[in-house]
Design a protein. Structure first.
Length: 248
């Protein structure tokens, strides 16, 4: 999964954002916009500066205009031209981790330097900084081992994996879960969450030259079995799966 390393990429500029004025091919509609400094935060809001923001496949679908969720349109980034009332824009990005830069009156439980993640979807995280309502962020505990990458990617794929394993059917320890796209971000989260619950996973991936490296990686996360889609054409697979699952 690629990332916008916002702190390093934009460190030479006051404020910058990756924006688009209309939907379309991301390679043609996206552009970088330098925008004015943020004013002091209003009551019950805070100014944050983004540390890291991932690029998820769904982010590209949003830009293309084919994703159900729609971002807020912004006309407050400039007094004229791109990012103004004349030519409003969307800021790309749905998740990320930011550092609190300044807090407004009435903000409780957050202070300058705290890490926060976004709780409101499609706020536009591909930027250096922005103003957020206090109810639209959640403080990230600064615990040992929790990196910026972990924090920046915890609101999309891990919850998706958790919901799939928790909300759609009742799974007991020892049950099997079958998934395709097992090496995707959400697939890897499924493997880890399933393993922590004592669930076994049958994981399918595309064939590739470095297949064994991928198998080893997924098994290290807790995958029980890893196969390529080519294995589905093997008539013996059905018997093998019955043996693995105890006839289930």
């Amino acid at each position: 999964m690629p990332f916008f390393p916002t702190r390093r990429l934009f460190s030479a500029f006051a404020n910058r954002a990756v924006v688009y004025a209309h939907h379309g091919d991301p390679t043609t509609v996206l552009t970088a916009l330098t925008y004015r400094p943020l004013p002091p935060p209003a009551k019950n809001t805070l100014n944050v500066r983004f540390l890291l923001a991932p690029i998820n496949p769904a982010d590209l679908n949003v830009i293309e205009g084919v994703y159900p969720a729609k971002p807020d349109i912004r006309h407050d980034l400039a007094s004229s031209g791109l990012g103004s009332v004349e030519t409003p824009v969307y800021v790309g990005g749905n998740e990320g981790v930011a550092r609190v830069a300044e807090v407004g009156e009435g903000v409780q439980g957050l202070k300058e330097g705290d890490w926060v993640i976004m709780t409101r979807p499609q706020v536009g995280t591909w930027c250096t900084s922005r103003n957020m309502g206090v109810d639209d962020v959640e403080k990230v505990p600064r615990v040992e081992g929790l990196s910026q990458v972990h924090a920046a990617t915890m609101t999309v794929n891990p919850p998706t994996a958790y919901n799939m394993l928790q909300d759609y059917t009742r799974l007991e320890e020892g049950d099997w879960v079958v998934q395709n796209g097992a090496n995707s971000a959400v697939g890897q989260a499924v493997i880890q969450i399933a393993a922590s619950r004592g669930l076994k996973t049958l994981n399918f991936v595309r064939p590739r030259e470095n297949l064994q490296d991928l198998v080893t990686q997924l098994q290290g996360l807790g995958a029980t079995k890893v196969l390529t889609y080519d294995a589905l054409s093997d008539k013996a697979l059905r018997k093998e799966i019955k043996e693995w699952t105890g006839g289930k």
